[in-house]
Design a protein around this ligand. Sequence first.
Ligand code: ADP
Ligand code: ADP
Length: 226
Amino acid sequence: MASIEMRNIVKQYGDGFPAVNDVSLDIADGEFMILVGPSGCGKSTLLRMIVGLEDITSGDMIIGGKRVNDLAPRDRNLSMVFQNYALYPHMTVYENIAFPLRLSKTPDEEVRRRVTEAAEVLELKDHLERKPANLSGGQRQRVAMGRAIVRQAEAFLFDEPLSNLDAKLRGQMRTEIARLQRRLGITTVYVTHDQTEAMTLGDRVCVLRKGKIQQVASPRELYEQP
Ligand code: ADP
Ligand code: ADP
């Protein structure tokens, strides 16, 4: 687990108005931070700069006390949980969760131990031999999180993970993500434009507008202000 510190982060695409314009934000170890704001305010760009999928024009990105501006995504040890889950349809749940460990040539015994542990936490133990097509949306989301857990990633990053789901499943998944995050205590950054998600999921909410931070507050503080 790691803290994420952003110091005067700027992202300029071409010569237009900066997509992210001097953002400084400290996310504590284990904190659940929501990034919210209207479409185009720079949420995804900021998230992609944390993961390393987008170059930083200026400023410093510090993860776990280490400046990571020049580190490739794979060397940052973060885990992005995508909207479409990015599961392999031909692989079982077990192999989908184990995938990052296979890539790093982890010994079988260790793979078995870590996948079993993750499946326990995620309540997927009875589904390990199934294929993604035979799972519910919520179970697929958990498999995607399982991959992040076995890698022992420093942080989870979510980019609107629930926006394609119907209202009922979205509500269930919201509860599930909040519960898992608290159980794992892993630093989490979660992008959404959904007010309900912003007000119910996180420890703090960072409101972005036109590339700048408008406000950082707890949901309670946001709720109680006039
Ligand atoms: P969202 O609003 O859901 O974050 P967008 O539809 O704005 O996503 O963007 C989808 C993809 O297109 C992203 O990868 C983004 O980087 C890219 N994109 C967005 N705006 C532009 C642009 N003006 N020029 C080039 N690519 C863009
Ligand atoms: P959000 O996630 O809040 O919808 P984005 O981070 O996707 O916002 O976009 C912020 C701004 O940067 C928008 O004006 C968008 O059009 C622009 N943008 C995003 N990606 C690109 C890109 N690859 N090239 C050029 N402009 C982009």
